[in-house]
Design a protein around this ligand. Structure first.
Ligand code: HAM
Length: 420
């Protein structure tokens, strides 16, 4: 018995007609991005492992448990990118893009994390990400968040809520870290295993714990807001004022710390209540210190990424025509293959916006009409003996009870150019 080969767990095939929904999603997002003057960057899927360990953080879940890391044939340690910020920063430094500030970039593509697969969580998933370099904000922080709102509007997604927080500067975080260590250490015995490790390595992440038994302990912890210095406070207040002016409702979540270590100042997450446990559809924030950690001149930066699988799950049901491949199905019932081919070519040239599926493989009128019907097309275009002789096309509506009519090409184009 031959072995059945299947896709890797947590990595799935996307088949038609779902691929059409993906294209629609990507086209709409790209239109909003273009409208805001953002330009696309494409980076490789494989990167040197230390790029991620140094940026995302040695003790983050991603680096500790989730990366697809392997040695290549040269013995170099490579990692399939778990996110796009680190790669974009690498490219920014490698190509000297600091000469072109400010820079507004976006990317899309697959990301890889070895998480436990469940609804809305995959090991290969897709993100749309934004990274902006060279702007200190808070005006750019507000622009980014307003643009996410424009995404939801363009996709017809509503009911998302925006949570926002400020992590202040690296110094604020260091001070706050001390406060958390002082607070949690006397309660060490109450902490779970994960949180004990975090207490040593990154106590802020304890605030992120989903363990309900820790909820009241965490609720009593000192608040980040009290640790912010005046400049960080002013940045955050400035952003909140702009969000109000821009008409984007938000709620401040002082426990929002994010799972990646590079953030400073603004962090935010868009949440949904419609997808169960995987409730964050888009998340990001400022990372003013990251570029400097790679030895380059410091450049302020901010970005976010949205999970495309989660956005698709929230989009309204697609219209029927997305599920079919064609608007017109050409039925070929004559013996002149060359003339038929030329007529189909002329039809395609005259109707570039129509999706034209030309029948291949012969067969009776009846069997071809059945296929035309099954294709979902609105019309069959019949090319029979008389049509070839007269260089005319017969149009048969498939979704309406209307008679077949015969047209010359120009008249057919006019007829189909009219709204159905
Ligand atoms: P992140 O929060 O790790 O941030 O991921 C962003 C989004 O990607 C999540 O909110 C979620 O929608 C989606 N996502 C993450 N993991 C999975 C998964 N296993 N399956 C399905 N969807 C997933 C980042 O990646 C940062 N690079 C965002 C950023 C850009 N910050 C600054 N610039």
């Amino acid at each position: 018995m031959s072995e059945k080969i299947q896709s890797v767990r947590g990595m799935r095939d996307i088949l038609p007609p779902e691929t059409a929904q993906w294209q629609q999603l990507e086209t709409r997002l790209a239109a909003v991005l273009g409208g805001y003057g953002y330009q696309q960057i494409r980076t490789p899927v494989l990167e040197p492992t230390r790029l991620f360990t140094r940026s995302i953080g040695e003790v983050s879940d991603i680096v500790q448990k989730e990366m697809y890391t392997f040695e290549d044939r040269n013995g170099d340690s490579l990692t399939m990118r778990p996110e796009g910020t680190a790669s974009t920063v690498r490219a920014f430094i490698e190509h000297g893009l600091a000469q072109q500030l400010p820079l507004r970039l976006w990317y899309t593509g697959p990301m890889f994390r070895h998480e436990r697969p469940q609804k809305g969580r995959y090991r290969q998933f897709h993100q749309l990400g934004i990274e902006v370099f060279g702007l200190e904000g808070p005006d750019i922080d507000a622009e980014l968040i307003l643009m996410t709102q424009a995404f939801w509007d363009a996709l017809g997604i509503d009911g998302l809520t925006l949570e926002i927080n400020s992590l202040g500067t690296a110094e604020t975080r260091a001070r706050y870290r001390e406060q958390l260590v002082d607070y949690f250490t006397p309660h060490r015995a109450l902490l779970d295993e994960d949180s004990r490790v975090r207490l040593e390595k990154n106590p802020l992440r304890i605030l992120d714990s989903k363990n309900p038994e820790l909820a009241s302990l965490i609720a009593g912890a000192p608040s980040m807001a009290d640790a912010l210095d005046d400049a960080a406070r002013a940045h955050f207040d400035g952003l909140l004022a702009l969000l109000s002016a821009g008409g984007v409702p938000y709620s401040i979540n002082p426990r929002l710390v994010r799972g990646l270590d590079y953030y400073t100042h603004t962090v935010f997450e868009w949440k949904t209540s419609a997808l169960g446990a995987q409730d964050t559809v888009c998340a990001g924030g400022r990372y003013d210190g990251l570029i400097e950690t790679f030895g380059a001149k410091p450049v302020p930066a901010i970005g976010f990424a949205a999970g495309l699988e989660r956005l698709l799950a929230l989009m309204p049901a697609p219209p029927d025509e997305l599920a079919c491949a064609a608007d017109l199905y050409v039925v070929v019932v004559n013996d002149n293959a060359a003339a038929s081919l030329q007529m189909v070519q002329a039809l395609r040239a005259a109707l570039p916006a129509q999706r034209i599926l030309a029948h291949c493989g012969g067969g009776s009128m009846k069997s071809q009409m059945k296929k035309a019907d099954r294709s979902g097309a609105r019309y069959a275009v019949v090319i029979g003996e008389s049509e070839v002789a007269e260089r005319r096309y017969s149009l048969k509506p498939l979704r309406a009870d209307a008679p077949q009519e015969t047209f010359e090409l120009a008249a057919l184009a006019t007829r189909l150019g009219q709204p159905a």
